[in-house]
Design a protein around this ligand. Structure first.
Ligand SMILES: O=c1ccn([C@@H]2O[C@H](COP(=O)(O)OP(=O)(O)O[C@H]3OC[C@H](O)[C@H](O)[C@H]3O)[C@@H](O)[C@H]2O)c(=O)[nH]1
Ligand SMILES: [Mn+2]
Length: 358
């Protein structure tokens, strides 16, 4: 593994979070993040040509993995990790040993709240993950566990304990995460609306998870955060985070975990080209009309009491139900199995235990 630990400032590392960054460009954006990220360990997944040397700004403690490392570490199972697609980031989720993951794209920068204060995304995501979610009954005043708010009248006390949060989905100012057709129609649209809210996504409801500003509890939901088989050699790209978001949400619903969306914001200066994106994601625009009902209608069995078991069952269902949409889904189903096998090889359950449903 091309593992260079470099941390000039011998600052105490935050022990419970790894920052996973997929990159096919440059890591200069980390200069601006230094005040917020310098105490965290980075796991950089370099996509594309492994012979290119990526410069990591001085002072960061990091592991850097390129395609040669992925192939060496995973062997034949490396084929389940996308090539030439941001979905390669999930390799970083697999090799991390930390409780929490924060993943960010290399064209995302520090955003400011309406008061002009710079947003500490890690602090907000960890707060989201360490306070309960309320998937069973919607609280109209949003996050009841936030200072200065609470459950509103009519909210059953029997539901106020909430459930453990597994995923925290942040948002983006400036360039919103639109698909290529929308971006082509509205090339100058910018998201200037800072909504000061965190909401739980209700149980049984799916959502379009974007991977550019995302945090999750690896111990609870890590095995379900597979970013699919996308990019070079595949008929689809740029649906990596969507696939992971749909799968992880049905697994969270089944295991009794919560998913939140809203704060924190990053400033997204999109670097990708909408015409190129259209080519990459056009099959996804069609197939999502089949994939979403597939996830909405499936029911996982009670024997699937861990994220890994749920994911193996999901793989079978994918092969049974989605292969009629396109033969690609047979390969994806096989890749889902390879992903879990690789995950379990690199992350053997501690003292035989895996995190089970509540
Ligand atoms: O072949 C590739 C392409 C990109 N990456 C890295 O992935 C990150 C996202 O890439 P980019 O910012 O160019 O894409 P966007 O259109 O802004 O991002 C959205 O769609 C793709 C992803 O799902 C992303 O999460 C979405 O927000 C970035 O770090 C690239 O360097 C790559 O590794 N390989
Ligand atoms: Mn981007």
């Amino acid at each position: 593994m091309n593992q260079l630990f470099s941390s000039i400032e011998a600052a105490p590392l935050k022990e419970d979070v790894d920052i996973v960054i997929p990159t096919i460009r440059s890591l200069d954006f980390l200069e601006q993040w230094r005040p917020f990220l310098k105490h965290y360990h980075l796991i950089i997944v370099q996509d594309g040509d492994p012979s290119i040397n990526i410069r990591v700004p001085e002072g960061y403690d990091y592991e850097l993995y390129n395609r040669n490392d992925i192939n060496r570490i995973l062997g034949p199972r490396a084929n389940c990790i996308s090539y030439k697609d941001g979905g390669c980031r999930c390799f970083g989720f697999m090799v991390s040993k930390k409780k929490y993951i924060y993943t960010i794209d290399d064209d995302c920068f520090v955003a400011k709240d309406p008061s002009g204060k710079e947003i500490n995304v890690i602090a907000q995501h960890i707060k989201n993950l360490e306070t309960p979610s309320t998937p069973h009954y919607f609280n109209t005043l949003y996050d009841p566990f936030r200072d200065g708010t609470d459950f509103v009248r009519g909210y059953p006390f029997s539901l106020r304990e909430g459930v453990t949060t597994a995923i925290s989905h942040g948002l983006w100012l400036n360039i919103p995460d639109y698909d290529a057709p929308t971006q082509l129609v509205k090339p100058r649209e910018r998201n200037i609306r800072y909504v000061d809210a965190v909401m739980t996504i209700p149980k049984g409801v799916l959502y379009p998870m974007c991977g550019m500003n995302l945090a999750f509890n690896r111990e609870l939901i890590g095995p379900a955060m597979y970013f699919g088989l996308m990019g070079e050699g595949q008929p689809i790209s740029r649906y990596d985070d969507m696939w992971a978001g749909w799968a992880a949400k049905v697994v969270c619903d089944h295991l009794g975990f919560g998913v939140k969306t809203g704060l924190p914001y990053v400033w997204h200066s999109k670097a990708s080209n909408p015409f190129v994106n259209l080519k990459k994601e056009h099959k996804g625009l069609h197939w999502q009309e089949e994939m979403v009902p597939f996830f909405q209608n499936l029911r996982l069995s009670k024997e699937s009491d861990t994220a890994a078991k749920c994911y193996m069952e999901l793989s079978k269902m994918t092969k049974e139900k989605l292969t009629e949409v396109d033969p690609y889904f047979e390969n994806l189903a096989d890749a889902m199995v390879a992903w879990i096998e690789a995950w379990e090889e690199l992350n053997p359950p501690v003292d035989g235990k895996d995190v089970k449903a509540k």
